[in-house]
Design a protein around this ligand. Structure first.
Ligand SMILES: [Zn+2]
Ligand SMILES: [Zn+2]
Length: 399
């Protein structure tokens, strides 16, 4: 095969850091980018992404594909030039748009309305590359992986994912189907995180039920876009008690529910928090999904003061967020007064499951990005017959 039939791979960012990722897959005629994120605070290279033909100069990029709506994957999209189409799974796009509309008052631009919608499993052909979004499992709802095909090569880009969510089996079947792809580009967030045991999302749901059997008033502090978590919570509220959310959260759930079936949909009886429903909840008991805003702080304060024995706050986010202002304020409000329980699992694949995923896909070549692990630390989880490609930000690899 002649040289011009090679596929070029460049990690513009994310080769050696968690988040802020952007990966290029290109041929002689086609140039595609996958994700265009902002770096996480204090994590790795913090410079904004400047890419010729994408953020400056004459447009020279055919499309940008997004795996999911977390800021470390989409944050710098507003910087790409207007003529470049951006694609995203349709429900994820609608959630992202709703998030942006919600933040308009603090200066958020609503750019997600211009993103083109994809449907899982339906490929898009862009010149000589074919891109197929595949259903994934992450703490962002409707996340996808991408299979990129061209020049008789297959490349899998996983985005952020895990095997301890509700879709473990489905994802394992996808990996079986993808066996022996030419290149797998996977995230490796948890390679260095030492926790030997991560519970799975179904056991989080069980723990919610236990809390409800003990407490009459249960608050859930979590990311409003962690839909699986919130669905589990609303479904754990006992019959006769009230699952309560605000109108913004209800809107996000309604968008996500359109794409969900059965047990994965939020509980039908989920109510808006208005004075009337709060009064009913106070009588019967409730489970309320909260954020850190003043509105929620004052409700929590009221119940902490009135019913310290009957009230519990579930902290359901990464432990690092405990130090953030807002989160800190609400936890301080509850500390020593009511029960606080930390019930959470990571949105990212564990080290053990990553080994399993790599073994199952058995790609010919492998790149692990979205991690702070060093190349020799990555090597430890890679079978000898799989070639590990060492990448640095900006370096080109030809496949
Ligand atoms: Zn990420
Ligand atoms: Zn993510």
């Amino acid at each position: 095969m002649s040289d011009d039939k090679k596929i070029k791979v460049i990690l513009h960012r994310g080769a050696r850091q968690i988040g802020g990722v952007c990966t290029e897959i290109a041929t002689e005629n086609t140039r595609l980018l996958f994700d265009f994120g902002s770096p996480l605070e204090g994590e790795g290279n913090q410079d904004i992404l400047e890419i010729d033909g994408v953020t400056r100069g004459d447009v020279n990029c055919d499309a940008v594909f997004l795996t999911h709506y977390h800021g470390d994957h989409v944050g710098e999209i507003p910087r790409i030039m207007a003529d470049i189409p951006v694609y995203m799974q349709k429900t994820a796009r609608r959630i992202l748009e709703a998030q942006q509309e919600h933040k308009v008052s603090v200066g958020q631009k609503v750019w997600a309305k211009d993103i083109k919608e994809l449907t899982e499993g339906i490929p898009v052909a862009i010149k000589d590359l074919k891109v197929t979004p595949l259903a994934s499992d992450h703490s962002a709802s409707n996340s996808v992986m991408y299979l990129v095909e061209g020049y008789e090569k297959k490349i899998l880009i996983t985005g952020d994912y895990r095997l301890h969510g509700f879709n473990r089996e489905k994802l394992m079947r996808t990996f079986e189907r993808l066996k022996n792809v030419d290149l797998m580009i996977t995230e490796g967030t948890n390679i260095l995180r030492s926790s030997p045991y991560y519970e799975d999302e179904p056991s989080v749901k069980k723990k919610f039920a236990e809390v409800f059997s003990e407490f009459k008033y249960v608050f859930l502090l979590t990311s409003s876009s962690n839909i699986d978590r919130i669905v589990s919570f609303t479904r754990s509220v006992p019959g006769g008690e009230y699952p309560l959310v605000d109108d913004y959260q209800k809107n996000l759930l309604a968008i996500a529910d359109e794409d969900r079936e059965g047990e994965m949909k939020s509980k039908k009886s989920t109510q808006f928090i208005v004075r009337k429903t709060l009064a009913r909840g106070e009588k019967a008991g409730f489970g309320m999904v909260i954020r850190t805003s003043e509105k929620f702080r004052s409700i929590v304060k009221e119940f902490v003061t009135k019913y310290p024995e009957d009230t519990c706050l579930i902290y359901s986010m990464w432990k690092g967020y405990k130090d953030f202002t807002g989160v800190n304020d609400i936890l301080d409000l509850c500390k020593d007064k009511i029960c606080i329980k930390s019930i959470h699992v990571s949105g990212h694949i564990t080290k053990e499951d990553l080994e399993l995923a790599i073994e199952t896909v058995a790609p010919k070549k492998l790149i692990i990005h979205h991690t702070s692990a060093k190349e020799e630390e990555k090597k430890l989880i890679i079978p000898d017959d799989i070639e590990q490609i060492h990448m640095l930000d900006g370096l080109m690899y030809e496949l």
